[in-house]
Design a protein around this ligand. Structure first.
Ligand code: ZN
Length: 678
């Protein structure tokens, strides 16, 4: 799914549940009420948790304790990201909350931006680039603020008195990157992350090579996932596991305490066992216990509520061994998952009616069902910046032998799109009110349905002729495959069958998708590409070749036209019905290329239509996009959950609350969920 192609969404998706009415309280300038804050290259959004009230009391209570368990891990990630992070955070928060000077001064404004950046990144380094933030306020200014702190803030004064803290904040050459990937350097010694102490890259690699040699070949554990590797006073290299009695014990004890509180509310025996196995792993630190837990987790398919809590992804370690702490609680989005079930259940009908040569159709096709979830809380490495999909576990042999869970998080993508309203994109690039109105009404739904059709049917459709080598399209293979799935989706999104199945409300909805697809493929997706460069990425190439091919082949009849007004180029779709016919024609051709393994035709299609960008149009688009000042990175403020107890003290409900501001939430987490700074 392409975020840039989305203008707006309908509220159709949430119709199953009552809308949330709480308005966010914030003084920051906002584009609309989904966008809470904007600083540096960041926009902070809120998200809603639709259908939470439809959960049973047991499920709500389970979510409550699991989200508490998630929030208690925050400090772990901060410390993993850099050993000075927690102290710097205390210092910055102290200055931020006690500042009494001129809030219009350049120094204060620079400090405020820096403070918000550090909070967003869970530390001193950018969450994505991992480069250290450089303060644009003076050290003198900051020092004066620390000196002016009241006596109650002695701890902050002590932190500042440490020359290492002053150095890490103000010396830009000290710990400049969190995760260094530069080839040829010692990646351990040059990375600011806090996973190793006193060891070189060679020593780390030798250490794990030895372990791997000794360990299981078929079922290897995830070596190094949950520990710090250090050299002790005798010069021995030892792992210090993160457990209830080891590293990060104060935080992990709180996590386990809340997992135990969640246990009685588990939905079934398997989920109870998942939680028990996670507790056992947090206590033992044994990676085989983590595998046990992962196997149980991947088989828990019946529970409505699900969660992630632990050391999961290893992007934060230059050697890709150690897991950054991460938490997320979610529950099944039944309405949207039902849609993917309907599509998958009708897979054969779509296959039988597709415009491709019958020889290339699958006689028996099985659609793939995707699960759609609603996030209830984001934590650790998933907060505030968060993924829109999850595919776990990471252990290869567990995936192969026990499967994996793949989900998309609908309320997060919905929030992205709500926040994009009013960002000026539609006004700048859409041809007119008709296109904008249609996008507003159907854009979100039609985009999701396109994704469903692409994933559940597109990739699963079609067959190779006997004897065709599946790899013979070589470097063009993935572009053509993504194009084939997109074309299948584009062809069928306009089919009356979708209205008949209740997936789309009427025969207008698909036009929103057709328009945004053409606009994106012909023009706006190139905002991510530097002037003079070609399109390289497979999904971008496939969108470009589809859009340019149908544009050219419909030119005689003016199916799609490019128009210039006031030196700005606009795309106009003049005949949606004929456009569908062209998508069908191209689908038949791409399927033929794949089924027959026609490398030369595939190469020509991609090279002629999917790689080059018209430099003049490109610079026009870049200038128009830049003027919109859309933040490249986004993240989220969480809702709050509160237990409601009746007169006898029994839990009678769980309330979800919105309205907290970005800084307000960060300060509350530091106050209420910070076991490692006490
Ligand atoms: Zn795909």
């Amino acid at each position: 799914m392409n975020k840039l192609s989305l203008l707006a969404m309908s509220t159709l998706m949430l119709s199953a549940c009552a809308p949330q009415n709480d308005k966010p309280e914030t003084s920051a300038p906002v584009a609309n009420d989904w966008a809470l804050d904007r600083f540096a290259d960041i926009q902070v959004l809120r998200y809603e948790v639709p259908c939470f009230d439809n959960l049973s009391l047991q499920q709500k209570t389970l979510v409550y304790y699991l989200q508490e368990a998630a929030l208690w891990g925050r400090d772990i990630l901060w410390d993993q990201n850099c050993k000075y992070n927690l102290r710097v955070r205390q210092l910055l928060e102290s200055v931020y909350t006690h500042f009494e000077g001129d809030r219009d001064s350049a120094d204060w404004k620079a400090f405020e931006t820096y403070f918000k950046q550090v909070e967003f990144a869970n530390g001193l380094h950018h969450h994505y680039s991992t480069a250290k933030f450089n303060p644009e306020f003076s050290k003198e200014f900051f020092e004066a603020q620390v000196e002016a702190l009241p006596a109650s803030e002695q701890k902050a004064k002590d932190i500042w008195a440490n020359p290492e803290i002053q150095r890490v904040m103000f010396d830009k050459d000290y710990m400049p990157v969190r995760v260094n990937q530069a080839d040829g350097e010692d990646l351990i010694l040059t990375s600011a992350c806090n996973f190793y102490e006193g060891v070189t890259q060679d020593e780390v690699e030798a250490y794990y090579a030895r372990l791997k040699k000794k360990g299981s070949k078929n079922h290897p554990v995830m070596y190094g996932l949950n520990s710090k590797l250090v050299k002790d006073s005798k010069g021995n290299i030892v792992e210090q596991p993160w457990t209830t009695t080891g590293g990060y014990a104060a935080a992990i004890v709180k996590i386990v305490e809340n997992l135990r509180l969640a246990l009685p509310y588990a939905e079934n025996g398997r989920q109870k066992s998942v939680i028990e196995k996670l507790i056992r792993y947090y206590e033992s630190g044994k990676l085989s216990d983590f595998d046990d837990y992962s196997i149980e987790w991947v088989q828990d398919l019946d529970s409505k509520v699900d969660f992630i809590n632990g050391f999961i992804e290893s992007y934060g370690d230059p050697l890709g061994l150690r897991g950054s702490w991460e938490g997320m609680v979610n529950f099944l989005d039944s309405a949207n998952t039902a849609r993917t079930h309907i599509i998958a259940n009708n897979a054969q009908w779509f296959e039988d009616h597709s415009p491709v040569d019958p020889r290339f159709r699958k006689p028996v096709v099985k659609g793939v069902t995707a699960k759609v979830i609603t996030a209830a809380i984001l934590a650790g490495d998933s907060y505030p910046s968060t993924p829109i999909g999850i595919n776990l576990p990471n252990s290869n042999w567990i995936r192969a032998e026990h499967g994996s869970k793949s989900v998309t998080i609908d309320n997060i993508t919905y929030a992205y799109d709500q926040a994009a309203k009013g960002n000026g994109f539609g006004v700048e690039f859409y041809a007119g009110d008709e296109e904008r109105e249609r996008a507003k009404k159907y854009g979100y739904l039609s985009d999701n349905v396109h994704t469903d059709l692409h994933e559940c049917l597109g990739h699963a459709s079609g067959q190779l002729l006997p004897g065709t080598d599946p790899d013979c399209l070589k470097a063009y293979g993935s572009t053509l495959e993504e194009g084939r799935a997109d074309l299948f989706a584009l062809y069928y999104i306009a089919d009356p069958k979708l209205v008949e199945l209740g997936i789309l409300p009427d025969n207008e909805a698909y036009k929103a998708q057709y328009y945004s697809y053409m606009l994106n493929g012909m023009m706006t997706q190139t905002v991510r590409i530097k002037p003079g460069d070609n399109i390289e990425e497979a999904h971008m190439r496939n969108r470009a070749f589809i859009a340019h091919w149908v544009y050219e082949h419909g030119q005689d009849e003016g199916v799609v036209t490019m128009e210039k007004r006031d030196d700005k180029t606009y795309i106009k779709v003049n005949d949606y019905d004929k456009l569908r016919g062209l998508f069908g024609q191209l689908l038949a051709e791409v399927q033929r290329i794949k089924s027959e393994g026609d490398f030369e035709a595939g190469r020509k299609l991609v090279e002629n239509y999917g790689v080059k960008i018209d430099p003049e149009l490109h610079s026009e688009i870049l200038a128009r996009y830049q003027a919109l000042n859309i933040a490249p990175y986004k993240g989220f403020v969480n809702p709050r959950y509160e237990l409601v107890r009746d007169a006898s003290g029994e839990i009678s409900d769980v309330k979800v609350k919105y309205g907290e501001g970005y800084v307000e939430q960060m300060l509350r987490y530091s106050r209420d969920y910070s076991p490692l700074t006490k």
